[in-house]
Write a protein that binds this ligand. Structure first.
Ligand SMILES: [Zn+2]
Length: 450
């Protein structure tokens, strides 16, 4: 698998092509019954083993693809949480922008109010200025009339301070002169005083309004400064939000890409599953053909039973082609009880490979129903008539039935993975009868590795 990983796409494509070709061959070859009839049992088994090997490869590819789907799913989950983090940021920014907007709105309202107040003051000042101008004009007229009247008096009586009077433009100093006041009438004098005080009052009002206006202008300036700060801040927030939105779009794009990958992988996975399903169907057909063949012709495969070695006290190694042990007598590597030896094939696929009678004898037990059978699954026991028995367990299928007489080396069945197993292997036991009881002994004392 580790080699395949580097080269996954290439080898995956290759294996799919191989699979299609293989299926075409199988389907094509199975169609005519006559072809099946001419096939030998060995051919059928070869075909079966080949199919099983290809299926194994497809299963490996499938688990690879499923692993990739899982990886990508977790990538998707990560991106999902990234997107929701970004969304949270955007929400926070939105809240801040909302607050800022309402601040800006109320500031705008304040500025509008002040602007209106200033406009109002401007109008008032303009009105007062008109009034002052009118009053000043009226005073000038009155002054003119007074001067005219004084001139008349002078012509009539004359006076020493006349020079001074004519050189004076200042109204109050003019009025202050007692001798002149005496010469003007009571009515004129009051009118002048009234005008004077009105002008003073108007001037003072104008002064007040102008001061108020200056204060309002200063206030308006400050509000405008606050406004600039707020709008700057608003621009900052908007740009942050924009950045987050961009980031979200990027992540969403990545998300889509990973989704596409997962969709493609799902498709691949479905294809592998379909291929495996078809192979399983074909294997069932082949199994039925093998069973039918054996019923008609007997197993006839493997080493020809050798009369010379039949019941000679030397047992034959039960799995031709391999001496690889995955567990020995009397315990597994973890220390738990194991009363036989487990043998697997390393040269070809273990499952479906034949196993043979270690010694000639009578089949006294043959369970081929696919049941649990104490964990043995499909199994058989051969009694060798010399006080020894051999047991063969976890068979895919048995070629013998109870009561059959088998020769040493005769194939008893195909290795499988029925019963309590973690993988296909032959569980082989040697049993020795002692009186009425049967004890299980170390098979390696009876069979030697070839
Ligand atoms: Zn075992």
């Amino acid at each position: 698998m580790s080699l395949m990983k580097n080269n996954f796409c290439k080898s995956k494509l290759k294996s799919v092509l191989c699979l299609v070709l293989a299926l075409m061959c199988v389907i094509g070859s199975l169609a005519p019954i006559s072809v099946f009839a001419e096939k030998s049992l060995e051919d059928l088994r070869d075909e079966y083993n080949k199919l099983e090997e290809e299926m194994q490869e497809n299963k490996e590819n499938l688990s690879e693809v499923q692993g990739e789907i899982k990886d990508n799913q977790s990538k998707l989950d990560k991106l999902d949480s990234e997107i929701s983090d970004i969304q949270k940021q955007v929400d926070i920014l939105d809240d801040r922008i909302d607050v800022l907007n309402s601040d800006i709105n109320s500031l705008n309202a304040d500025i509008e109010t002040i602007t209106a107040e200033i406009a109002n003051i401007n109008t008032l000042v303009a009105e007062i200025e008109i009034q002052i101008a009118e009053s000043e004009e009226l005073m000038a007229d009155t002054k003119e009339q007074l001067l005219a009247r004084i001139r008349e008096n002078y012509m009539a009586g004359g006076g020493s301070s006349l020079e001074l009077l004519f050189s004076s433009d200042d109204l109050s100093s003019f009025l202050a002169r007692k001798e002149l006041v005496d010469r003007i009438s009571e009515k004129d004098s009051e009118l002048m005083k009234e005008l004077e005080s009105k002008i003073v009052e108007l001037n003072s009002n104008e002064e007040k309004l102008k001061t108020q206006k200056i204060e309002l202008e200063a206030k308006k300036e400050k509000l405008k400064e606050s406004m600039t700060t707020l709008t700057d801040r608003q621009a900052d927030l908007e740009s942050s939000k924009e950045k987050q939105e961009e980031k979200r779009q990027e992540v969403a794009k990545k998300y889509e890409q990973v989704e596409d990958i997962i969709n493609q992988l799902d498709k691949d996975s479905d294809e592998y599953k379909e291929a495996i399903r078809l192979q399983e169907e074909e294997m069932k057909v082949l199994e039925a053909q093998i069973d039918a063949y054996i019923k008609e012709h007997g197993s006839q495969v493997g080493d020809t039973p050798d009369e010379d070695y039949n019941n000679d006290g030397k047992m034959l190694w039960p799995v031709p082609g391999s001496t690889r042990l995955t567990a020995t007598y009397p315990a597994y590597s973890d220390g738990s009880r194991h009363m036989g030896i487990d043998i697997v094939r390393t040269d070809v696929t273990t499952k479906g490979s034949p196993f043979r009678a270690a010694q000639g004898g009578e089949v006294i037990i043959a369970m081929n129903d696919g049941g649990w059978n104490y964990g043995f699954g499909n199994y058989c026991v051969v009694d060798h008539g010399d006080g020894t028995q051999t047991l063969y367990a976890h068979a895919k299928t048995l070629y013998v039935k109870k009561g059959d007489i088998v020769q040493k080396g005769e194939n008893l069945g195909a290795i499988g993975d029925t019963g309590n197993v973690t993988g296909p292997h032959l569980h082989f036991e040697v049993r020795v009868k002692r009186g009425d009881s049967v004890s299980r002994v170390n098979p390696l004392d009876y069979v030697k590795k070839p």
